[in-house]
Structures are given as structure tokens and as C-alpha cells.
Design a binder for this molecule. Structure first.
Ligand code: IPD
Ligand code: CA
Ligand code: CA
Length: 264
């Protein structure tokens, strides 16, 4: 039987429910003991990541049992690509494991390669960022737009580094140094999905990173675009969430960011 396509609004309802359920679990476990393991050097996974992924998948499969799920901690029940959910159960796991309050859950819905809806929930601040394709972006149901800062020198930016920082050739250290000289300031908050939301609502003017996975950015890219922002790769090409490199901004400082990144 053919898989049923759905509307962006139908997808958003499920994405919101799923991210909130994961957020409740993060809040519950923040004051409890839980197991922490290394997937690789520097790269942690906690028992809470696994529990969050489980509730998110259940929330999706309950409504759309034949849809695919691409999720960070274990893949999905099927990898159907036509109608697929892209899930980061906890973005900012290192922060979560240290009690540093900057983490979230991220759920996006993609149809034939196009993201139609996304929700990102920050359980610490009870902030829910959402977007649907063509429908705008929202923070706790209020419309959001990117900042109007038009000079890099006046911009607050964020970035991140890969877990493979010690072995990676392009590890973002030179770019971080160059950008720190040119921008007003650069932060490294540690949750890429929230960094993108902060660009979307104007708390940041821009964000870049080089080794991200689709689950880090799928929902956040749509949230930035629907808030009026620009998202490309580091070579001015339209963003492809499967190709790891991302530069997001309020549009106005995009070219300046790309030029500085091109120097390294
Ligand atoms: C990480 C965070 C971090 C970014 C890393 C990601 P995780 O995701 O988004 O900010 O710098 O590249 O892997 O592992 O916490 O889900
Ligand atoms: Ca992540
Ligand atoms: Ca994660």
C-alpha cells in the first residue's frame, strides 16, 4: 500500500508532541542518576538520550506507522525515504551530562528530500521553536524573525567543533580565530539545533559549523529560513542537510561571514 503523504501542519502536531515528551524526560532525569557511555572519544551517549529517542519514535509511529525515522541513537524501524522523520533526541548531550543548561530535542519531517515541518524544544527554558514550510517560524506560538544587524563587526555569532577535533583537518580552529577577530563576539553554546533557533529569533546574528549531521540541523534550518534568514554551505551553495557544512545568518551579514570563512 502507498505511504500516505501528510501536510506540514499534520507533521508539526506530531513533532511538537514528540519534542515535548523528550523534554519532560530530560527535566525528570536532570536531578537523577543515569548511565553515561562514550560512543567515541569525547562523544557521549546517556541513558536519557536513548529514552528520549524511544518516546519520540513511539509518538511518530503511533500516528504514522509506515513512515521512516532517521534518528541519531539507533536509526529507525524502517528507513523509508519518501516520508521520513529526522530526530535528535538530545542535541547538546555533553551539556546535558554536565548539567550545563543548553540542550534540546529536535524533530523534523521530510517528504521526498524537502523538510516540511520542524520543532525544537528547550526544556530548561520551556521554549518551543517551530516552523512549517511557507508558514513562518514561531517561539512559543509567537512569530519570530531574524535580527537586522548589518555588519559583522556588530554581530554576535555561534559555532561548534566536531568530536573529532583532535584528528580532523578542517576542525574549525582557524575559522574560529579569524571570526573572533572580525565579529563582535563568537560563542560556542554546544547545541547546534538551539544555535539555529537563536539565529531565527535574533538572539544571534549568525552561526556556522563544519561536521554536523542531518539530525543536528534538519528542523533548525527550516526555522531559520522561515524566520527570514539565509542558510548555505561554506561555498554559497544552497544548504543540503546531508552534507555537513552550514552557514546560517540573518541574511545581511551572510556574505561577510562567507568571506572570513573562506580565508582559513
Ligand atoms: C552536537 C551539538 C554540538 C555540535 C556537535 C554536535 P549532540 O550534537 O549539536 O553543538 O558542535 O557537532 O554533534 O552530539 O549533542 O547531539
Ligand atoms: Ca546533535
Ligand atoms: Ca544528540
Amino acid at each position: 500500500m502507498a505511504i500516505k503523504k501528510i501536510t506540514p501542519k499534520e507533521a508539526l502536531v506530531v513533532a511538537i508532541k514528540a519534542t515535548r515528551l523528550a523534554g519532560d524526560i530530560m527535566n525528570k532525569y536532570s536531578s537523577r542518576e543515569y548511565a553515561i557511555k562514550n560512543k567515541a572519544p569525547k562523544d557521549l551517549v546517556t541513558e536519557v538520550d536513548i529514552k528520549c529517542e524511544q518516546v519520540i519514535k513511539e509518538a511518530i509511529y503511533e500516528v504514522f506507522p509506515d513512515h521512516g525515522v532517521l534518528a541519531e541513537e539507533g536509526g529507525g524501524r524502517n528507513m523509508e525515504k519518501l516520508c521520513r522523520w529526522i530526530v535528535d533526541p538530545i542535541d547538546g548531550t555533553t551539556n546535558f551530562a554536565h548539567g550545563f543548561p543548553m540542550f534540546c530535542s529536535s524533530v523534523a519531517y521530510e517528504e521526498e528530500g524537502q523538510v516540511l515541518a520542524g520543532a525544537i524544544y528547550d526544556p530548561v527554558r520551556d521554549e518551543l521553536f517551530t516552523a512549517t514550510l511557507g508558514g513562518g517560524s514561531y517561539l512559543n506560538s509567537r512569530p519570530i524573525v531574524v535580527s537586522s544587524t548589518n555588519r559583522l563587526a556588530e554581530s554576535l555569532l555561534a559555532t561548534g567543533f566536531p568530536y573529532t577535533i583532535t584528528t580532523e583537518k578542517i576542525n574549525n580552529i582557524r575559522e574560529f580565530a579569524d571570526m573572533s577577530m572580525e565579529a563582535q563576539a563568537v560563542r560556542r553554546p554546544g547545541a547546534a539545533a538551539l544555535d539555529l533557533c537563536y539565529v531565527a529569533c535574533g538572539r544571534l546574528d549568525g552561526f556556522w559549523e563544519f561536521h554536523l549531521q542531518p539530525w543536528d540541523v534538519a528542523a533548525g534550518v527550516l526555522i531559520v529560513q522561515e524566520a527570514g534568514g539565509a542558510v548555505t554551505d561554506d561555498k554559497r551553495q544552497p544548504i543540503n542537510i546531508y552534507l555537513r557544512k552550514i552557514v546560517a545568518s540573518n541574511n545581511k551579514i551572510h556574505e561577510e561571514m562567507l568571506q572570513v570563512l573562506g580565508r582559513a
